[in-house]
Design a protein. Structure first.
Length: 284
């Protein structure tokens, strides 16, 4: 048992994977808690998902994080699913049991909420939230956002029908929830904007109308980068009172996965600071 634990193997699968900061984060967690484990990034093409994951399990891996574009594959692969994975219809954390069972969980939503409410100390309850995007990341955070008790949640997506489908999947909700097209935004102020689009991959950001932020409103970009994103620059220029990128979410979702696997929760503040320093130095 101890011998197995001392060689515990974990990793992240995705495609592509070379940009990932997850090995950096998990190495910090392991050293902080004195856990003997390895964590590596492994490129897995979608068409080879099943055979590669089976072979990693046979090689002794105890768990895997899963990123784009494999979260839906992991959802279909898992033999048991947590409630939050079922709601998200996506899995970012696989755990391999000794009995052959494969458990699937999704820690993205709790990661975002912990970063917003604990690290940044931003209010979610009672706030008018505008989320841009209706893809996998948006779906993963819908339930925890709604559970946090916002005054209203608006989903604005480039393809409006996709936003409508997302909103319908979470109806009925405790607060008004609606979907609009990105091009329909304007004239209405919000307290918290969350960018869950992948527009930054093309170097851009959804164009925001002049009136979008209530006084003191906040803007959060799930994307993270060494320099401020186009979305956050735009938000600051339009009057956002505070802005943050998604590095804290990344560390928090990783901490939740670590706790699932190792039964012990790492402290995250020092790791977010280390990641920020490394991003600044661009040496992660
Ligand atoms: P998906 O591919 O599932 O969804 C992409 C979304 O972005 C869709 O809503 C799409 O709209 C929209 N979009 C893409 N390009 C543009 C554009 N040029 N203008 C406007 N909207 C656009 O991606 P994910 O949901 O998985 O990821 C979204 C972002 O969240 C990524 O930047 C990712 O890195 C980040 N993320 C961060 C995490 C963290 O821990 N910090 C965790 C998970 C994700 P349409 O439907 O019209 O195509």
């Amino acid at each position: 048992m101890t011998a197995d634990r001392s060689a515990a193997r974990y990793g992240l699968i995705g495609h592509p994977i070379s940009h990932s900061r997850s090995p950096f984060i998990h190495r910090h967690f392991a050293s902080q808690l004195g856990q003997e484990m390895t964590y590596e990034a492994i490129d897995v093409a979608p068409e080879h998902f099943r055979e590669r994951v089976e072979s990693l399990r046979e090689d002794g891996f105890l768990g895997l994080n899963v990123t784009v574009p494999l979260k839906e594959h992991a959802f279909a692969f898992a033999s048991s699913l947590s409630a939050r994975a079922l709601r998200a219809e996506a899995v970012n954390t696989l755990s391999f049991g000794r009995d052959g069972l494969v458990s699937g969980d999704n820690t993205d939503g709790i990661g975002l909420l912990r970063d917003l409410t604990r690290n940044l100390e931003w209010k979610v309850a009672g706030q008018r939230i505008l989320m841009l995007g209706a893809g996998g990341a948006a779906r993963g955070v819908m339930q925890p956002l709604l559970e946090a008790g916002p005054a209203q949640l608006t989903v604005a997506n480039r393809t409006c029908s996709r936003g409508e489908e997302l909103v319908a999947a979470f109806a009925p909700a405790r607060c008004p929830v609606r979907a609009v097209g990105l091009d329909e935004l304007g004239g209405e102020a919000h307290d918290l904007l969350i960018n869950a689009t992948s527009a930054a991959l093309g170097g851009g950001a959804p164009r925001l109308p002049a009136v979008i932020f209530a006084p003191g409103a906040r803007a959060y970009d799930m994307m993270y980068a060494p320099t401020q994103s186009a979305f956050l620059k735009q938000a600051a220029a339009l009057g956002a009172g505070a802005v943050s990128d998604g590095r804290g979410m990344l560390v928090e979702q990783a901490a939740e996965s670590f706790a699932i696997w190792r039964g012990v929760r790492p402290a995250t503040a020092s790791v977010i600071a280390a990641l920020s320093a490394a991003l600044t130095a661009e040496d992660v």
